[in-house]
Design a binder for this molecule. Structure first.
Ligand code: GTP
Ligand code: SPV
Ligand code: MN
Length: 584
């Protein structure tokens, strides 16, 4: 299938290691894809859903012990431990290769190896990079066909170059004790074994487009970030782009597709990306971004016609649903938070009979849809633009029941990097482990930074010096709660009210008050026309509680202490300055 010597040599080596019965190249054709779906259905790996209501849609269930990313089984294997840093699991490459080679040995015996050449980023773009994933999972192939650009065209783009990321995945027996998601950034290599779930196995996504790519970006002077990209069109028809980093299951897909509230007529949001942004400095001195992905791997629960109608519309055809509820009445799907009443009965995410009142979740909290971006009703006209889009504002945010106000603006780039570096958020079901625990998650990259995070902060600071017209940096929190545990801000479409303030600040057209943590809007600076919110509540959302913030500073210090002398001086400076302002 190829004359590329580097590809052939690597492929031969991996075939010798895993000994598949058959090797099938993925060409990207519709016929091959349909044949694979048909085989998956025949094997019971996928359930074909109602062709009338959900054409081209399928349901897949993973093993109950394999439903989220596994951060404690994820490794960055650089030759020096300090290059992986204190926030990543590390093992010496030679030791890890030996361990993995044992696990992969004969792992595809009796199975088919699929060879998936894929491109991250638009065709013909200076941003784009190529990977080849070898996998024995049809589920992976069919998801990669949606999430990335795959097939023969990619091999043509690669030509005889050896510049591709080598990705090997084997399902084995999904044994959690021997599950490994391993990155060798110095070798452009990723190896994943004993999982068959999403981010652990769709190696173009978090593994390549964030962990490996962040390492590349550090070396090559660009940025790979866990960010959505959206274009906000105002009533005059002008579009401005923002990129926003929120941790997993904290609202990127929702913000990227938001529908403006009725009172704000004439605004429109265009989606460029919902999870990952690759950003470079453009010739005009601004920061430009592309979405390297071609689809959305979105959280299903909570998605409804009220919260995210655009996501829902995107999933109405050609979509793979993973670990959602199977409504056997009409052979469709359901999840908690979807419109209307729950179905009376059906099959839950574990494949067990379920009734409305049995007290169990029908869909797993991290159940997902995989849908082609091109099907999104609000997909941006710039989605395939090889040059990307110019970014006016960068927004950081997380789930904070307390502490963080609705929105604030950093004083400048350096302070903005500090704001990103001190991000914290409550954990969610997107990763295995406890949910709802506040943890520090700088730039929403703690699970995804492919090198020492102290060097990552330094890279951000360095980029700021190199961008003649850098975006302004903001922080938002849609998840503040009152004493009864209710969300104080309506969120979703109404988040546009905050985006509008942000873009007005970028244009120098909005007021703010200077506080210890940055510039905050006055309550009167946020347009609440048509919104049923107490003035008091809005005031509370826009107040800085110095005592609570000083407690947070202690948490920041504790986190930064991990990095020892590697922590950039500018971050230490900002920390001392913040503490000084709060203590006054
Ligand atoms: P990943 O795909 O894991 O990276 O997640 P994400 O950041 O794209 O999160 P997503 O938009 O899928 O939202 C996750 C959950 O948060 C869903 O259940 C949403 O309904 C909920 N959510 C999103 N935006 C808001 C908001 O503004 N307010 C509230 N209260 N919930 C929100
Ligand atoms: C996330 O967890 O941030 C996701 C889903 O976007 S996964 O692809 O599993 O990483
Ligand atoms: Mn994500």
């Amino acid at each position: 299938m190829t004359n590329n010597k580097a590809v052939k040599a690597w492929l031969d080596e991996m075939i010798a290691l895993t000994t598949p019965d058959k090797v099938v190249w993925i060409d990207g054709s519709e016929e091959q894809k349909q044949a694979l779906y048909a085989e998956s259905v025949a094997d019971g790996e996928m359930i074909k859903l109602n062709e009338e209501k959900l054409p081209g849609c399928y349901l897949h269930r993973t093993a109950p012990n394999d439903v989220a990313r596994v951060e404690d089984r994820t490794f960055i294997c650089t030759s020096k431990k300090e290059d992986a840093g204190p926030t990543n699991n590390w093992e010496a490459p030679a030791v890890m290769y030996e361990k993995l080679n044992k696990l992969f040995k004969g792992s595809m015996k009796g199975r088919t190896m699929y060879v998936i050449p894929y491109m991250m980023g638009p065709y013909g773009s200076p941003f784009s990079k190529i990977g080849i994933e070898l996998t024995d999972s049809r589920y992976v192939v069919l998801n990669m066909e949606i999430m990335t650009r795959v097939g023969t065209k990619v091999m043509e783009e690669l030509g005889d170059s050896d510049d591709f990321v080598r990705c090997l995945h084997a399902v084995k027996d999904v044994d959690p004790e021997n599950r490994y998601i391993v990155h060798f950034p110095e070798d452009n290599t990723i190896m994943s074994v004993n999982s068959a779930y999403g981010g652990n196995v769709l190696l173009g996504k978090k593994c390549f487009a964030l962990r490996i790519a962040s390492h590349m970006g550090h070396r090559e002077g660009w940025m790979a970030e866990h960010m959505l990209i959206l274009g906000l069109e105002n009533p005059q028809g002008e579009v401005k782009y923002v990129a926003a980093a929120f941790p997993s299951a904290c609202g990127k897909t929702n913000l990227a597709m938001l529908i403006p509230p009725a009172a704000l007529k004439g605004y429109k949001v265009w989606t460029v990306g919902d999870d990952i942004a690759w950003m470079r400095i453009g010739e005009d001195g601004r920061l430009w971004a592309v979405n390297p992905e071609a689809g959305f791997f979105g959280v299903a629960p909570g998605t409804s016609t009220k919260t995210n109608p655009n996501a829902l519309a995107t999933t109405m055809k050609n979509t793979i649903f993973t670990n959602v509820f199977h409504n056997t009445e009409d052979n469709t799907v359901w999840w908690e938070g979807l419109d209307g009443e729950a179905p009376e009965k059906g099959i839950d995410w574990q494949g067990r009979p379920w009734t409305r009142d049995n007290g169990e979740k029908g869909a797993h909290p991290n159940s997902r849809f995989t849908a082609p971006a091109a099907q999104c009703p609000c997909i941006s006209s710039e989605f395939e633009n090889p040059q990307g889009v110019p970014i006016s504002a960068i927004i950081f945010g997380g789930r904070r029941a307390k502490t963080a106000p609705l929105v604030y603006e950093s004083f400048d780039w350096q302070h903005g990097v500090f704001v990103g570096a001190t991000m914290a958020s409550e954990t969610t079901a997107a990763a295995a482990g406890k949910v709802g625990v506040v943890r520090r998650d700088p730039m929403a990259m703690i699970p995804f930074c492919g090198y020492n995070m102290a060097d990552y902060f330094a890279h951000w600071l360095e980029m700021g010096k190199k961008i003649p017209n850098p975006p302004k940096i903001f922080h938002v929190n849609w998840f503040r709660q009152d004493d009864e545990g209710h969300f104080m801000w309506p969120g979703f479409g109404d988040n546009l009210r905050v985006l509008n303030w942000i873009l007005a600040r970028c244009a120098g057209e909005a007021d703010a008050k200077e506080t210890e943590i940055g510039y905050l809007p006055n309550a009167s600076d946020i347009n609440i026309e048509g919104l049923d919110i107490d003035k008091d509540v809005l005031e509370q959302l826009l107040t800085v509680d110095k005592k609570v913030w000083l407690e947070d500073v202690e948490g920041q210090k504790e986190f930064f202490a991990k990095f020892g002398d590697d922590l950039p001086a500018a971050i230490k400076e900002e920390l001392a300055a913040l503490e000084g302002r709060l203590s006054k």
